[in-house]
Design a protein around this ligand. Structure first.
Ligand code: ZN
Length: 298
C-alpha cells in the first residue's frame, strides 16, 4: 500500500490490503507527465515490469555487543533497531540510531575500556513488527533487566537529540540531570527535559524496558521532517542523513553511558503517580507484552 506522506513526491509504504493487485509507485515528475498527457487526450500507455521473489520465512536476530565492567553484573545499555521498513533503505529508521550507538561504543571502547558497570548495546531485530527483538531480550534476560542502571534508545530520525523524558520514574530528574551536567554545552544545547514525564507504551524499543519498570529512556531527536519525509517512506535513504547531528548524538550517548557507569548511586525505579484518564480512572503504567517470536506469522 502506498499513500501520500504530505511532502513533495513522498509516499508512505505500508502493508498491502490485498495479495492480488500490486501497487506501483510512480515518481512525482513521471506522474505529472502522465497526468498532463491524459488530460490533453494523448492516451498514454505505460508498461510496468515488476519482479519479485518469495524468499520464504527468514530468521531475524538481535545483535548484542558488550564491554565488560569491573562490576560485571550491573548494566548500562545503548539501544537502536537494526531492521527497517520496505519503502526505502531505512537510513533514518533506524540506520542513524544504529550509527549513533556503534560510534558511541567505538568511542567508549577506546577511551573507557574498563568501565565500572558492564556496557551493552542492543541492535534489535523485528522492531517494526512490534518491538519483538527487545521484548524477547527483556523476557530472556531478567538478570540483566533487574540490574540495569539505564538504557538509552534513539529512533526518530537523523536529528540532534532535543528531548529527554523521565518516562514516569519519580527520581529520574536526579540522575539524568546529574549525567547531563557532565555533557559539554555544544552537545546538549537545545535539549529539553521533562520530569517525571509519562511512561512510553510503545513507539520504539525503550518501551519494552519501561513496561517492566526498568529505566529505559528515549533520546528524542529534532524532526528534520522525519514524519513527512523519511519515516516509512520511499525517501528514507542515505542522502537524508545529517552527519553533524549524528556525530553530536554519538558523543552525547557516550558521555551519558560513561556517567551512568561511574555513578556511585544505583538509579531509582520508583514510579510516579500517573495522572488520571479523562474518564477519571487512575493512570496505568504500560503493560509488558509478549514478543512475537515468529514476526506475526502463525
Ligand atoms: Zn524505527
Amino acid at each position: 500500500m502506498s499513500n501520500w506522506s504530505r511532502g513533495f513526491g513522498v509516499n508512505k509504504i505500508f502493508s498491502a490490503y490485498t495479495k492480488k493487485i500490486p501497487t506501483v509507485d510512480v515518481a512525482l515528475e513521471d506522474y505529472g507527465l502522465l497526468y498532463r498527457l491524459t488530460e490533453s487526450g494523448s492516451n498514454p500507455k505505460i508498461s510496468v515490469r515488476a519482479d519479485s521473489k518469495e524468499k520464504g520465512v527468514v530468521p531475524t536476530y538481535n545483535t548484542v555487543a558488550e564491554i565488560k565492567g569491573t562490576n560485571p553484573n550491573e548494566y548500562v545499555m545503548l539501544s537502536a533497531h537494526f531492521d527497517s521498513w520496505d519503502g526505502g533503505t531505512g537510513a533514518t529508521d533506524n540506520g542513524t540510531g544504529t550509527l549513533v550507538m556503534m560510534e558511541a561504543m567505538r568511542i567508549l571502547k577506546k577511551v573507557y575500556p574498563n568501565p565500572k558497570r558492564t556496557i551493552l548495546v542492543g541492535h534489535w531485530g523485528s522492531e517494526e513488527q512490534g518491538l519483538n527483538g527487545s521484548r524477547a531480550f527483556v523476557e530472556d534476560h531478567p538478570e540483566i533487566v533487574a540490574n540495569l542502571q539505564a538504557l538509552f534508545n534513539q529512533d526518530n530520525g537523523t536529528g540532534r537529540v532535543a528531548n529527554i523524558s523521565g518516562q514516569g520514574y519519580l527520581h529520574a530528574y536526579d540522575f539524568i540531570t546529574r549525567w547531563l551536567a557532565a555533557v559539554p554545552e555544544d552537545f546538549k544545547k537545545g535539549i529539553e527535559t521533562k520530569f517525571p514525564g509519562t511512561p512510553g507504551g510503545g513507539g520504539s524499543d525503550f518501551a519494552s524496558f519501561v513496561a517492566v519498570g526498568a529505566p529505559g529512556f528515549s533520546l528524542s531527536s529534532l524532526s528534520w521532517s522525519y514524519g513527512n519525509y523519511t519515516w516509512h517512506t520511499n525517501r528514507d535513504t542515505y542522502d537524508k542523513i545529517v552527519f553533524d547531528d549524528v556525530r553530536s548524538n554519538a558523543i552525547l550517548a557516550a558521555i551519558l553511558v560513561y556517567m551512568a557507569c561511574e555513578d556511585p548511586q544505583k538509579t531509582s525505579r520508583e514510579k510516579s503517580v500517573l495522572p488520571a484518564t479523562r474518564t477519571g480512572e487512575p493512570g496505568k503504567w504500560p503493560e509488558q507484552r509478549k514478543a512475537t517470536r515468529k514476526g506475526g506469522m502463525d
